[in-house]
Write a new protein. Structure first.
Length: 95
């Protein structure tokens, strides 16, 4: 009986640790996050826009550059560290 309780506690503890690790990753504002939904691309947690055209957007933070490549890009929203681009996404490059 004690062994099955310990096994369940380890299982619950492992699940909790995975959830904490996932939350820590999601809330790490040092990483650039790119979310693509239908014809929109949301880019978050960047410090600088290095290039923006109708076919590509490149941003950077302290660690790396990220380029979003596509067609007919239109900047729909921009704020500090966040932008929403509308257009057809072709690929995302992490450099």
């Amino acid at each position: 009986m004690k062994n099955s309780i310990r096994a369940r506690n380890r299982e619950v503890g492992g699940s909790t640790m995975r959830l904490l690790a996932e939350m820590e990753y999601d809330l790490d504002f040092r990483r650039i996050r790119v979310t693509a939904v239908e014809n929109y691309v949301i880019v978050e947690s960047f410090k600088e826009i290095t290039m923006i055209t109708q076919t590509a957007v490149t941003v950077k933070n302290d660690r790396r550059y990220v380029t979003v490549v596509g067609e007919n890009f239109v900047l729909r929203e921009i704020s500090e560290g966040r932008m929403v681009v509308e257009g057809t996404l072709q690929r995302i490059e992490f450099l």
